[in-house]
Design a protein. Structure first.
Length: 374
C-alpha cells in the first residue's frame, strides 16, 4: 500500500469536483502553505504535495488513471521515472496576478506613467495661527526640469530609443520559483525604465535633467490644524526621471511653535496659574492675554486649594471639522516666595494657628483623602 495521501484529500475536495472547484481549492491551499507565506517546518512538503495533487487531478487523462488505480498506477508514477518535479503553470490564472509579485517584489503591470519623488518641507507656525486658519507664504529651493534638455539629461534634449526594451522601458524576465516558471515585467536596466537613453550628457545639468530654482509657495493653514499636519501640493515635487512622466508632490509639514505657557491637548489648552495664598483663600479675578486677542477672565473662588482647576468653556482650539472649540483648563498652584523677611516671618508665626486650620495633621490628611474620593 502507498503511504501517499489521497489527492482529493490533499486538496480538500470531493471526487466529483469539477475543474473550477479544483482550481479554487488549489489556489486556496497554495496561498496557505507557500513556504514564503507559511513558517511551518512542513509547509514546503505540504506545498509540493498540493502541486502534485493538482498536477494529476487537473489533467483529465492522469485523473482518469488515478481514479481507477489510485497511487499504484501501471507503469509507476504518471510523471515518468523521475517522479513529480514540478510543472509549468499559468500563475495569473491559478494564483492571481499579485500572489508572487507580492512575495518577490516583481511588477506584473506596466504603469502608464512614471512619477518623480515627493518632497517634504517643514514649516513652523504659531499657535494662534490655527484659530481661524490663515494664508502663509514660504520661499523654498525646489528642483525643476532643466531648460536646455527639457529634463531628459541629454545634450540638446536629443535621446534615442533603447534597443534593449525597444523603447518600452520594461523587459520581461523569466524566473524559476520552486516548480513554477514565472514571467515578470521589470524596468529595463539599460535605460533605467526610461525607454530612451542619451549619447551625450547635457552640460548645464550634468545629465541630471534638473535645476534648482527658488520658488514662492502660498498655502492656507487649516483651522484647528494639529502639530505634524501635512499639506499636499500636487505636482510640486521632483520632476519625473528623464522628463518622462509626472512630477511628484510637495508636502508641507506644519510644526506648531511652543506657546510660552499653554500646553495643547487636542482641542484643549492647559496652563498652570501660580497664585498667592491670599488669592486662593479670599478669591480673586485674574485677567490674562489670550491667543484669540480677547482676555481670559479667571475667577478664583474663595477657599480654592492648590491643585484645583478652573475650566473656561469654548476658549480653546477650534475643531478641524469646524464644529466648536475646546476649553482652557487652568491648574491653580500656590506660589511660594523664595525668601521672607523678618517682619513677614514674625507675622506668619503669629497667624500660624489660624492659617493651619482646625485639627491635627492626621485629621487634615483624612479630610483631604475624603475630598479626593468623592
Amino acid at each position: 500500500m502507498s503511504e501517499k495521501r489521497d489527492y482529493y484529500e490533499v486538496l480538500g475536495v470531493d471526487k466529483s469536483a469539477d475543474d473550477k472547484e479544483l482550481k479554487k481549492a488549489f489556489r486556496s491551499m497554495a496561498r496557505k502553505y507557500h513556504p514564503d507565506k507559511n513558517d511551518s517546518p512542513d509547509a514546503e512538503e505540504i506545498f509540493k504535495e498540493i502541486q502534485e495533487a493538482y498536477a494529476v487531478l487537473s489533467d483529465s487523462q492522469k485523473r482518469a488513471n488515478y481514479d481507477r488505480f489510485g497511487h499504484n498506477m501501471p507503469g509507476g508514477s504518471p510523471f515518468g521515472p523521475g517522479g513529480f518535479q514540478g510543472f509549468n503553470i499559468n500563475l495569473d490564472d491559478i494564483l492571481g496576478g499579485d500572489f508572487f509579485s507580492n512575495i518577490f517584489g516583481g511588477s506584473r503591470r506596466r504603469t502608464s506613467q512614471r512619477q518623480g519623488h515627493d518632497i517634504l518641507v517643514r514649516h513652523q507656525i504659531s499657535l494662534d495661527t490655527v484659530l481661524e486658519g490663515v494664508e502663509e507664504e514660504i520661499e523654498v529651493d525646489l528642483p525643476t526640469s532643466c531648460d536646455d534638455c527639457q529634463g531628459t539629461g541629454a545634450k540638446d534634449g536629443i535621446t534615442e530609443k533603447c534597443s534593449e526594451c525597444n523603447g518600452q522601458g520594461q523587459v520581461r524576465v523569466r524566473q524559476q520559483i520552486g516548480p513554477f516558471v514565472q514571467d515578470t515585467v521589470r524596468p529595463c536596466p539599460h535605460c533605467e525604465g526610461a525607454g530612451t537613453y542619451s549619447k551625450s550628457r547635457c552640460k548645464k545639468c550634468s545629465g541630471d535633467g534638473l535645476k534648482i530654482e527658488s520658488q514662492t509657495l502660498r498655502f492656507r493653514v487649516p483651522k484647528g490644524a494639529d502639530d505634524g499636519t501635512r499639506l499636499r501640493m500636487k505636482g510640486k515635487g521632483n520632476p519625473a526621471p528623464q522628463g518622462r512622466g509626472v512630477s511628484g508632490d510637495l508636502f508641507i509639514e506644519l510644526e506648531i511653535e511652543p506657546h510660552p505657557w499653554f500646553e495643547r491637548n487636542g482641542m484643549d489648552l492647559i496652563m498652570s496659574l501660580p497664585l498667592g495664598y491670599s488669592d486662593l483663600a479670599l478669591g480673586a479675578t485674574i485677567k490674562l492675554p489670550h491667543i484669540d486677542q480677547k482676555d481670559l477672565v479667571v475667577k478664583i473662588s474663595a477657599g480654592t486649594n492648590s491643585g484645583d482647576t478652573v475650566t473656561l468653556r469654548g476658549r480653546g482650539v477650534p475643531s478641524s471639522r469646524g464644529i466648536g472649540r475646546g476649553d482652557v483648563v487652568i491648574l491653580c498652584k500656590l506660589h511660594m516666595p523664595n525668601k521672607f523677611d523678618k517682619e513677614t516671618k514674625s507675622s506668619l508665626n503669629s497667624l500660624k494657628g489660624k492659617l493651619d486650620g482646625d485639627g491635627d495633621l492626621i485629621d487634615r490628611i483624612l479630610d483631604d483623602a475624603k475630598d479626593r474620593r468623592r
